[in-house]
Design a protein around this ligand. Structure first.
Ligand code: CAA
Length: 292
């Protein structure tokens, strides 16, 4: 089993795009796959912009940036993923879609048992995704692992490595090694709702919405208190906008269901903003308003 040469990244949004970028800057080939050509075009432009900025800041030479960009191929053809020897899925957080995808990927790599099928999910059970892979090809579930990156991917050091019930020790160890090769710090967690990151982060964000709803303080003060008093780079409400308020509600629902505890229910204030279409940065308005 040789070193990973090419990572197939499923989904070219913010997370998938970031993963393809750091693969390329670590000297690994990346196949960025998305069903939407517009998303692929946007992803390519962002890569060019961010690499250009890295050259301006003298973090890499123009030649290094060109070589990294040359390592990424962008494709809307699913079959092109067969050219990869490791998969990281970063598509939308929808179990039905992921189930179909992992069954297909398991079939694609049925005869290549060294190919790991990783998912960047932040909330869906790795065990459930592995079970879907097993349906595509018996035994493929042992090659499914959580490889949870953080936004912005090029900046955040962590990869949360999550093992499902079926995940083999070898796959976990190889995932840790690959994350290190990509310049990240891998830390392991087991497959419980929210893993560690969202189990701890989301209730804090939710509590910030309660504090706002109950009039404890205005959003600017809540965020300022957490930034200046607790050294958080962003306040919890600004971070909620950054993550997406709909995603925050979704993750709270997963915690409430998965941990079977009402204390994880999403705050009504948070849900109300989502109902009003205020989703955060992506809609231009969440807790705070953002210029176009
Ligand atoms: N892509 C690539 N690089 C980016 C970037 C992006 N989207 N956004 C910022 N950066 C880079 C900037 O280019 C800059 O790099 P240089 O130092 O080379 O100039 C650096 O990050 C710092 O950026 P800024 O100076 O513009 O701004 P900042 O100092 O305020 O930092 C931040 C911005 C890194 C986003 C910082 O505010 C931060 O760390 N925020 C917290 C982010 C966080 O908690 N992320 C986790 C979210 S949870 C999650 O992802 C998982 C989940 O399951 C929900």
């Amino acid at each position: 089993m040789g070193e990973v040469q090419t990572i197939g990244v499923v989904g070219s949004g913010q997370m998938g795009g970031g993963i393809a970028q750091i693969a390329a800057t670590s000297g690994i080939g990346a196949i960025a796959f998305d069903v939407h050509q517009t998303s692929l075009d946007k992803c390519r432009k962002l890569h060019e912009k961010l690499m250009g900025r890295a050259v301006e800041k003298e973090r890499m030479t123009r030649d290094e940036a060109d070589a990294a960009l040359g390592r990424i191929t962008y494709t809307a053809n699913f079959d092109d993923l067969a050219g990869a020897d490791w998969i990281i899925e970063a598509a939308v957080e929808d179990m039905k879609l992921k189930g179909e995808l992992f069954a297909q990927l398991a079939g694609m790599f049925d005869k290549r048992e060294d190919v790991v099928l990783a998912t960047n999910t932040s909330s869906i059970s790795i065990t459930e995704i592995a079970t879907a892979a097993d349906k595509g090809a018996a035994g493929a579930g042992s090659r499914v692992v959580g490889m949870h990156f953080f936004n912005p991917v090029p900046v955040m050091k962590l990869v949360e490595v999550i093992r499902g019930l079926q995940t083999s020790d070898d796959v976990v160890n190889r995932t840790v090694a690959l994350a290190e090769r990509m310049g990240k710090v891998p830390l392991r967690a087991n497959d419980r709702a929210g893993f560690v990151s969202n189990r701890v982060l989301m209730p804090m964000i939710n509590e910030a919405f309660y504090a706002w709803m109950e009039g404890v303080a205005e959003p600017e003060a809540i965020d300022g208190i957490m930034k200046l008093g607790c050294a958080h780079p962003m306040g919890p409400l600004r971070l909620a906008d950054f993550i997406g308020l709909d995603t925050c509600v979704h993750i709270m629902d997963v915690l409430a269901e998965g941990l079977n505890n009402e204390r994880y229910r999403a705050c009504p204030k948070l849900k109300q903003l989502v109902m009003a279409g205020r989703l955060g940065d992506k809609s231009g308005h969440g807790v705070f308003e953002y210029g176009k």
